[in-house]
Design a protein around this ligand. Structure first.
Ligand code: NDP
Ligand code: HSE
Length: 436
C-alpha cells in the first residue's frame, strides 16, 4: 500500500521527540499499521535553531499553512501549543480534510467541542492521547478499556512539572524556583509555567478526563483550580508526621448532587501507591463499578515519553483511514448525541476532609474556642498535633485533620477561627482524600 504522508506543526520538545520515534521505529510501526508513515513537511518559528531531531528528508517552513495545505499530507500533528494559532491551523486543516493528532490539552479543554464537531462534519479524526499524562495511554484506557463500566471517580497526578517540584522540595529540600528552572530546562514545563504551578494545565487535563469518563461536554470554566505555590516545607513535614503525603491532584467525582471537578494540593495516606509517585511521573487512579480501582502510571512529560502517545495516535489514524466517522471511536468516547450536560458542583459544594494549620497563642481555652467553632459547623476532628512550646515561645503551630465536610461549612469555620484574638495570621487549609 502507498505510504501515509504526515506533516508536523512545531519541532520543539514534543515535535522533535515525535520525529525521532517515528524515524527510529519506522519498521516496527509499519509492521503494526501495514503502511509506511513518512514525515514530508514540518514547520517551526526559527529554522536556524538547533533541533533534537534529524530533519533530513523533511521540507521545513516557517509558514504552517504550507504544511496544512499540502494535498499529499493526510495527517497533521499539531505540536505548537497554545490556543490562538494552534486553533486556527487545526480548524483550517480539518476543513482541508486532514486528520489531526495533537498534544495540546489547552486547545482540547477550551475548544474541543467546536473542533470535534468540525471534524465530524469533515469526516476526519482528532486524536489527543498525548494531551493528558504524557506517555500514559489514559485516554485509550478510559475511553476504550473501561467502556463497559460506570466510572465513579478518578484522581490523578497529572502535571509532571508540579510533581517534580514537590518531590525535589520534599526529598532534597530544594528551593521552588530552582526546581522550576530545572523543569523548564528539561522541557517539562509549559511555555507559561504558571499553567503548571497554578493548576491550570492539570485543570485542562482533568476536564478532558472527566468528559470521557462521564460523557459530559468540555467546560474548563467549571473546574476549580488551586496551585502548589503556597505549600510550605512545614506543611510537607507535618503531613508526614501524620502519615500523609501532599500531592497536587486532579479529582473528578460523580455524586448524587452533581459532578465535582477540582485540582488542588491534597493530603493522601502515604500507604497509597499514588502517594509514592514521584518526580515527573504521573499516575491516575480510576474507580469504576465493574473493574474496581485501576491505576495507570508513567512519565507525564518529556520528549519521547510524549512522542510515544503522539505516535500511537498516528497509528490509530492510519489503521482507521478507510473507516467513516460512524465506525470510529467517538472523540469523547460517547456518541455525540449522548454527551449530556450534567450539573457541575461549585467548589463550595464539594465534600472532602481537611488538614488545617494555624498559629495559636499558648493560653488556656484557646484550643477549645477553635474546636467549638468547628463543632458549630458540624465538623468533626480526626487528629490534632499541638507542638510543645520551646522556651519563651507563646505562639504555637496547631495541626488538625478533620473528617469530611462540605467546603461551605469549612469556609465559615475558617473565617470565624481567623477572627479569634488567640489565632495569629491565616489558617492554612489543604484538602485531604483517603482515595479508598
Ligand atoms: P516547545 O516550545 O518545545 O515547541 C513548540 C514548537 O512550536 C517549537 O518548535 C516552535 O518553533 C514552534 N512554533 C511556535 N510558534 C510557531 C509558529 N508561529 N509557526 C510555526 N511553529 C511555531 O513546546 P512543547 O513541544 O513542549 O509543547 C508542544 C505542545 O505539546 C504543547 O501543547 C504542550 O502543552 C504539549 N505537551 C508538552 C509536553 C512536554 O513534555 N513538553 C508533554 C505533553 C504535551 P521554534 O522551535 O522554532 O521556536
Ligand atoms: N507541562 C506539562 C507537565 C507537560 O509538566 O505535565 C505535560 O503535559
Amino acid at each position: 500500500m502507498k505510504p501515509v504522508k504526515v506533516g508536523i506543526l512545531g519541532l520543539g520538545t514534543v515535535g522533535g521527540g515525535t520525529v525521532n520515534v517515528l524515524k527510529r521505529n519506522a519498521q516496527e510501526i509499519s509492521r503494526r499499521t501495514g503502511r509506511e508513515i513518512i514525515i514530508t513537511r514540518a514547520s517551526a518559528r526559527d529554522l536556524t535553531r538547533k533541533r533534537i531531531c534529524d530533519t533530513q528528508g523533511i521540507t521545513l517552513s516557517t509558514d504552517s499553512n504550507e504544511v496544512i495545505n499540502d494535498p499529499e499530507i493526510e495527517i497533521i500533528l499539531e505540536l505548537i501549543g497554545g490556543t490562538g494559532l494552534a486553533k486556527e491551523l487545526v480548524l483550517k486543516a480539518i476543513a482541508n480534510g486532514k486528520h489531526i493528532v495533537t498534544a495540546n490539552k489547552a486547545l482540547i479543554a477550551l475548544h474541543g467541542n467546536e473542533i470535534f464537531s468540525a471534524a465530524k462534519k469533515a469526516n476526519v479524526m482528532v486524536c489527543y492521547e498525548a494531551a493528558v499524562a504524557g506517555g500514559i495511554p489514559i485516554i485509550k484506557a478510559i475511553r476504550e478499556g473501561l467502556s463497559g463500566n460506570q466510572i465513579n471517580w478518578l484522581a490523578g497526578i497529572i502535571n509532571g512539572t508540579g510533581n517534580f517540584i514537590l518531590t525535589e522540595m520534599r526529598d532534597k529540600g530544594r528551593d521552588f524556583d530552582d526546581v522550576l528552572a530545572e523543569a523548564q530546562a528539561l522541557g517539562y514545563a509549559e511555555a507559561d509555567p504558571t499553567f503548571d504551578v497554578e493548576g491550570i494545565d492539570a485543570g485542562h487535563k482533568l476536564m478532558i478526563l472527566a468528559s470521557i469518563a462521564f460523557g459530559i461536554p468540555l467546560q474548563f470554566e467549571n473546574v476549580f483550580t488551586e496551585g502548589i505555590t503556597k505549600i510550605t516545607r512545614e506543611d510537607v513535614e507535618y503531613a508526614g508526621e501524620l502519615g500523609y503525603r501532599i500531592k497536587h491532584l486532579g479529582i473528578a467525582r460523580k455524586t448524587a448532587k452533581g459532578i465535582e471537578l477540582r485540582v488542588h494540593p491534597t493530603l493522601i495516606p502515604e500507604r497509597r501507591l499514588i502517594a509514592n509517585v514521584d518526580g515527573v511521573m504521573n499516575a491516575i487512579l480510576v474507580q469504576a463499578d465493574a473493574v474496581g480501582p485501576t491505576l495507570y502510571y508513567g512519565a507525564g512529560a518529556g520528549a519521547e515519553a510524549t512522542a510515544s502517545a503522539v505516535v500511537a495516535d498516528v497509528v490509530d489514524v492510519v489503521r482507521a483511514l478507510s473507516l467513516n466517522s460512524e465506525s470510529r471511536v467517538p472523540a469523547l468516547g460517547f456518541q455525540e448525541s449522548e454527551i449530556i450536560d450534567s450539573t457541575i458542583l461549585t467548589h463550595e459544594d464539594i465534600e472532602t476532609a481537611y488538614y488545617l494549620r494555624l498559629t495559636v497563642e499558648d493560653k488556656p481555652g484557646a484550643l477549645a474556642d477553635i474546636t467549638n467553632i468547628l463543632a458549630k459547623q458540624n465538623i468533626s476532628i480526626e487528629a490534632i498535633i499541638q507542638k510543645k512550646p520551646l522556651h519563651g515561645e507563646t505562639n504555637l503551630p496547631v495541626i488538625m485533620l478533620t473528617q469530611r465536610t462540605i467546603e461551605k461549612e469549612m469556609n465559615t469555620a475558617i473565617s470565624a477561627i481567623e477572627q479569634l484574638s488567640s489565632v495569629t495570621g491565616q489558617v492554612t487549609r489543604i484538602r485531604l482524600e483517603t482515595l479508598g
